[in-house]
Write a protein that binds this ligand. Sequence first.
Ligand SMILES: *Cc1c(COP(=O)(O)O)cnc(C)c1O
Length: 372
Amino acid sequence: MSIPFLDLKAINLAHADEMEAAFKRVLNSGWFIQGQEVAQFERSFAAYCNAEHAIGVANGLDAIFMILKAYGIGPGDEVIVPSNTFIATWLAVSHCGATPIPVEPVEATYNLDPAKIAAAITPRTKAIMPVHLYGQPADMQPIMAIARQHGLKVIEDSAQAHGARCHGQLAGQLGDAAAFSFYPGKNLGALGDGGAVTTNDATLAQAIRTLGNYGSRVKYYNDVAGYNSRLDELQAALLSVKLPSLDAGNTQRKAIAAFYSEQLADRPGGIVLPVVPEWADPVWHLYVIRHPQRDALAKALAAAGVGTIVHYPVPPHLQPAYAELGYKQGDFPIAEAIHREVLSLPMGPTMTLEQAAQVVAALRTALAGLNQ
Ligand SMILES: *Cc1c(COP(=O)(O)O)cnc(C)c1O
C-alpha cells in the first residue's frame, strides 16, 4: 500500500456533510463577501489563538504583507527574516519595498537563532519576523527581549503553526502581530486560498481591515490606497467547520511524530531527527529529517510507494527572484546545508500509526540500500 505525503482528500472528506451544509447556507444567504460567516470565523479563530483580534485576508502572503504595510514599513527599511524559510516570508518584505535581512537559524531546530539577531540590526531595522517553521515555535522570549531593547516590531509568520505553543503560550499572540495561512495543506486548511492576521493591537487590526478592503472603512470612501485582500464567506464557512477539529488533528500529528522519533531513535544511516526544545509544543506541520544523500533517499522512498517532499530545495537568497540582493553560495551556510539535506516524511491528521510503521520500514530499507 502506498502512503501519500498528505491525504488532502481524506482530510476534507471527513467533514463532507458539514461542509455541504455550510455551502448550502452560504449559497442560500446570497451574501458572499464580508458577511456573517467571516465575522463568525474571525471571532472563533481569535478565541482559538487567545488573541483579541483576527482579521480574515486572502492568503498568508497578504497577511504578512499587510501587517508590514500597516506598520508603515517601506522603502529604505529592513526586516530581519530567517535565511531558511518558504519564500513568502521574504516576498512580503520585498512587496512593501523594504529589504529582507537574512539571519541564520539554530541548526538543530531550524528556527531563527536569537544569538545572531543583534549583529543584523542597523538603524534601518524596523521589525523581526520569526517563522515557526515546520510547526515548531521559534524561540520567542529572547527574540521579544531583543526587539523591545531596540524598539522593533515582532511579526510571527505562523503559516505552519496553528495551535503551536511556546512556553505554553499560543502562536498568534507571541509577538505584536501574527500571519496565518489557510492554504489547503496547512494544519487548518480551506478548500482554496485564505489567511488571517491575529493581534492584540486594536489600531493595527482596524488598519488591516481597511487596507484589505480598498483602504475603505465606509463603502466608496477611501482613506488609503489599499488592496483587495479578504477571506470570502464560503471559505470562512468551511474553515468554521474544520476549526473545532484542529486540536484533534494536531494531536494525531503529535502521535505520528512521537512514533517516528521513537522508532528512528537509533538514527539508521545517520539520519538527523527533529529536535524539540523543552519549552516548545510543536504541531508538526511537517516531520523533517536530514540526510546527505537526500535526493537518492527520496527516490528510493518514492519507488517504495512513500511520498515525501523537500521543504525547501533552494534557500531564498539563492533564488533567481533575489539575484538583485547579490548573495552567493556560501553566504548562509547553515541554510544552504539545511536546504540541501532536508526531507519531509508523510504526516497528517488522518495518517495512522500503521502507515507510520510502513514509512519507518521503507525508510530503513532505503537507507540500507544507499550505503551499498
Ligand atoms: C504557506 C506559507 C506562507 C504563505 O501562505 P499562502 O497562504 O500560501 O500565501 C507564508 N509563510 C510560510 C512559512 C508558509 O508556509
